[in-house]
Design a protein around this ligand. Structure first.
Ligand code: ZN
Ligand code: ZN
Ligand code: FE
Length: 752
């Protein structure tokens, strides 16, 4: 019988460490009567498996198809080797040097089994214990201080496992085998109320927080990557106070619910959106609102809401206790920070940075080593697009097409920033850092930490060509060869890096603003990228940007700029829209536009959206970037039958798109914001198609990359993709990194 046995060696590469892969191999080996061994080495997981042919086939099939949901198999190479009549299956000790090639996994939302544990009153050690975790869930990167990812290298080091936890940790068949943050109520971290006189700890602390929420207070809760400010989403007075506290009159707040079914009371939820919402990455998912009257203040003027599920045991317990008291509503869960400062991560920070300190502050003694915001995504059909990449995604590397000898740093831009370190064939993007003016120290600290994790020092530094970006100035102080890149070319290269695309390609960047090579401010750029580099082939006819960045918030300025360009004067129809603008300011800005003083030229698409939004919505100012554009998008319900087309003209080597017909259309339809919105979205999508067709006719290139912040507009993104696909183009867009400036740093490996 024994001679019927076969033996195979299997080398599995990908994300296969620190997520219970070896126990999984062990279990399927036992199930299929396979003998042999499995071990972790620097390249991944190596297996030798021996058994009857059918058993062995089943084993290999299950290995590839039933792997733990958190793993990602990039390759599984199998080769037959002579059988040795082994009898048992064992997990061998890890082999192979100290080279830092195995990465730290990203943080994972609480799994269904652990949810069962914390709500099972018979489970003595874990019932309502807010730090319960297992191999399939729990903190990872946020608690990691160094590599390899091992308990003693995490902030869990100070908690010694009790004998029961230790036993689970060592038992290969236990769900907590080698779960580095494993702990229980006997041995693990505890929650407490900050600054309470007699110490309030444990369940009492959670109960106090819960009753404060029910009473309509704003509380602070320390979670996985930082503190949230939390409160009832349906208490209008409280939401108003929170808006005041955060100085955020309109910007939408993220919501948290306990289950997807709860989310579905407020939003439409497709099958795929449900999948992402309930996935271990547990990001905030942007979802279409259902018409409801009880939460109008969460995202005023917008037709979508950002929802995430309770992703830690602490959040789960809070919702459970809330519902015990009959409170079954979502909570606002917004990062505890002011303006664009980094999210607070410890008691000292929250007391220092948040004025009128929330009451109570629910904290805990598991230290957060790596600051981490919640990630934000939206879906088009089954494809996920990331708006903010942080918890659950970082530090998962992005696989690049080829390995670079150099270690490269992509310094990124200035707003919504990330940086990126390229080592070998992998790009490690930092977590969302945010606005560089406010977050320089966070940037520096995260950079030194990521360098330490990866064991590298970049020798090549790619930075934006904008001389005044904080990231540029920082990059210039670093040792290594400095390489400049144009902002929008960088957007296009980020798509190429992500999809491992080869030149030539037509690149389209629809964006806010970025420094151009001709000293104007770019933002609607069409490039031909070939092996030698990129060439600008088309853009929007530039207009003055009166007052620079001020125009981002005073959107009437851009409207005036465009109108002046098109009509010379403000046509009668548009006069009422400017009613609330002071005469003086109107005069000053008119002068800026005519003289060009303090009004650099810009081809920004973001600013064109602002101009159109102002004329459609007649709201002269906004309180956060792209607010009016998002409100305009929210009015777009369907594809219109008629719409104006941009005029496109050729000058020399360049195609220029002129929005003149758009403004004529708006003049004729000035009292129909929905018509303007639908027509304008369709006009922009068709302009993109027209420009790409023109460039393609010249160059015969059929591959197109779309990037830039405007492609976070779901309608623009999907209509552009549809039109291009229908016209025979292959279209690539950012999926693993944001299309906004948060994905820019990924271009670094492709910048020559
Ligand atoms: Zn778990
Ligand atoms: Zn324990
Ligand atoms: Fe940009």
């Amino acid at each position: 019988m024994k001679n019927q046995n076969q033996r195979k060696q299997i080398v599995v590469k990908g994300l296969v460490q620190g997520i219970g892969f070896r126990p999984f191999v062990y279990r399927i080996a036992k199930r299929n009567r396979i003998s042999g061994w499995v071990l972790n080495n620097v390249n991944g997981v190596k297996i030798q498996a021996e058994g009857k042919k059918t058993d062995l086939d089943n084993f290999v099939f299950q290995l590839k198809h039933n792997a733990p949901s958190l793993s990602r198999i990039d390759s599984a190479q199998t080769k037959p080797i002579p059988p040795i009549n082994s009898t048992d299956f064992i997990i061998k000790k890890s082999s192979g040097g100290t080279k830092k090639t195995t990465a730290i996994p990203s943080d994972l939302a609480i799994c269904p089994d652990c949810i069962k544990d914390i709500f099972n009153s018979k489970n003595k050690r874990r019932y309502l214990y807010p730090f319960t975790n297992c191999t399939n869930c729990g903190p990872r990167f946020t608690i990691a201080k160094s590599v390899p990812y091992d308990r003693k290298m995490t902030t869990m080091k100070r908690f010694k496992m009790c004998p029961d936890c230790q036993r689970e940790y060592e038992d290969i068949l236990d769900r907590r085998f080698h779960a580095q943050p494993n702990c229980c109520s006997v041995c693990g971290p505890q929650v407490y109320i900050v600054g309470s006189k007699g110490p309030i700890k444990g369940l009492k602390a959670i109960e106090k927080t819960v009753s404060a929420i029910i009473k309509g207070k704003i509380v602070a809760i320390k979670g996985l990557g930082g503190f949230h400010l939390a409160c009832s989403a349906v208490n209008k007075k409280t939401v108003k106070r929170l808006r005041k506290l955060k100085n955020r009159p309109d910007k939408p707040f993220a919501l948290m619910a306990q289950t997807a079914n709860q989310v579905e009371k407020y939003c439409r939820l497709s099958r795929y959106e449900r999948q992402v919402l309930t996935s271990p990455k547990a990001p905030i998912v942007m979802l279409e609102k259902k018409p409801r009257k009880d939460i109008p203040q969460i995202a005023p003027g917008l037709n979508h809401l950002g929802f995430m599920l309770a992703y830690t045991p602490l959040h789960q317990i809070i919702f459970k206790l809330l519902s015990k008291h009959g409170f079954n509503y979502p909570l606002i869960m917004t990062s505890a920070n002011l303006r664009d400062e980094p999210i607070c991560i410890d008691d000292e920070e929250i007391q220092k940075h948040i004025p009128n300190i929330p009451d109570p502050v629910l904290s805990h003694n598991r230290e957060i080593h790596n600051r981490m915001d919640d990630s934000v995504v939206f879906l088009i059909s089954d494809k996920t697009h990331i708006i903010r990449r942080a918890r659950g995604y970082v530090p998962d590397p992005i696989k690049l097409g080829k390995k670079d000898k150099n270690v490269i740093l992509g310094a990124g831009a200035d707003l919504k920033n990330t940086f990126c370190i390229v080592r070998g064939g992998e790009a490690y993007l930092s977590q969302y850092i945010g606005d560089m003016e406010d977050s320089q120290n966070f940037y520096k600290l995260s950079l030194s930490k990521l360098k330490e994790f990866l064991g590298v020092t970049p020798t090549r530094i790619v930075h934006d060509m904008h001389p005044d970006y904080v990231s540029t100035r920082l990059a210039k102080t670093m040792p290594g060869k400095k390489v400049k890149v144009q902002h929008h070319a960088s957007h296009v290269y980020s798509v190429m890096a992500e999809h491992r695309l080869k030149a030539p390609i037509i690149g389209v960047a629809l964006d806010g603003t970025g420094y151009g090579t001709d000293n104007t401010i770019w933002g609607s750029e069409f490039f031909l990228v070939n092996k030698k580099g990129w060439q600008r082939k088309g853009s929007l006819v530039p207009v003055p940007l009166p007052g620079g960045d001020k125009a981002v918030f005073e959107i009437w300025r851009m409207a005036l700029s465009h109108i002046t360009k098109v009509f010379g004067v403000v046509p009668k129809t548009f006069v009422p829209a400017f009613k609330s603008v002071s005469k003086n300011e109107f005069k000053t800005v008119s002068k800026m536009i005519s003289s060009g003083f303090n009004a650099p030229l810009t081809s920004s698409m973001g600013r064109l959206f602002d101009a159109v939004s102002f004329l459609a919505l007649k709201r002269p100012t906004v309180s956060y970037e792209a607010q009016a554009a998002m409100e305009l998008q929210s009015l777009c319900k369907k594809a219109p039958k008629t719409y104006p087309r941009f005029d496109i003209a050729q000058t020399g080597d360049m195609f220029w798109a002129n929005p003149l017909p758009i403004f004529e259309f708006i003049r004729k339809n000035s009292n129909s914001p929905q018509r303007i919105s639908e027509a304008f979205h369709m006009s922009v999508a068709n302009m993109v198609l027209d420009m790409v067709v023109l460039i393609s006719k010249q160059t015969k290139v059929k591959n197109v990359a779309l990037s830039g912040g405007v492609f976070q507009n779901k309608i623009i993104l999907s209509w552009c993709m549809d039109l291009l696909l229908k016209n025979g183009f292959k279209v690539y867009v950012n999926e693993q990194v944001p299309a906004n400036d948060g994905g820019l740093s990924l271009s670094a490996p492709l910048i020559k």
